[in-house]
Design a protein around this ligand. Sequence first.
Ligand code: CA
Length: 235
Amino acid sequence: MNRILVVEDEKKLARYLQLELTHEGYEVRLAHDGRSALTTHADWPCDLILLDLMLPELSGIEVCRRIRQKDNVPIIMLTAKDDVSDKVMGLDMGADDYMTKPFAIEELLARIRVALKRHSEQGAEHAPGERVLTEGELSLDRDSREVRYGTEPVVLTKKEFDLLEYLMLHRNVAISRNELLDKVWGYSYLGDTNVVDVYIRYLRCKLDDPYHIKLIHTVRGVGYLLRLEPEGDGA
Ligand code: CA
């Protein structure tokens, strides 16, 4: 039975989510503030977290950041309609997805299924020989989720890692934004592909710029392609 931790300070909503999720066959625990979210998470390993962002004690963003330091569990944020900057910050902190309140329970249930499925596939999808992907000096360990350039560690958020992993798995192949959205984010995420461009930019800032390489190439009219070239060579 999959376990879901629901972090929500509106008690009525929390109770409603607990009933609906239990009815769907999930085992559910509730936390009503940021601190108890962290203690519950530490005591009770779970398969997914629903995380309200506006919380007493400790913000949802901070909860997300701390959990992500040690756990790769899928996190779906619950946000108020106008919290655009919080959404972006939450995704940067490694949240997988968000739902804007008020939401239809069916949509939340569908997203939970997608997140759980993606997470279990990520754990199982690679054969032992492919554990470490390399491209020149760049290496990506799919088990420990560590990225290095030479001997230097490169710190990536969860989504940045997933995106780089997908590009490295398909190196030298032009991949469309839609494919990246589908494979890395799970479905048509924000209704447009801008999020892909934003994350490509983050990766370039963390890889291309500091190491004076050109790793991620824009393929006009198509999308992106990963191939390691020294800066100044080629496109
Ligand atoms: Ca709240």
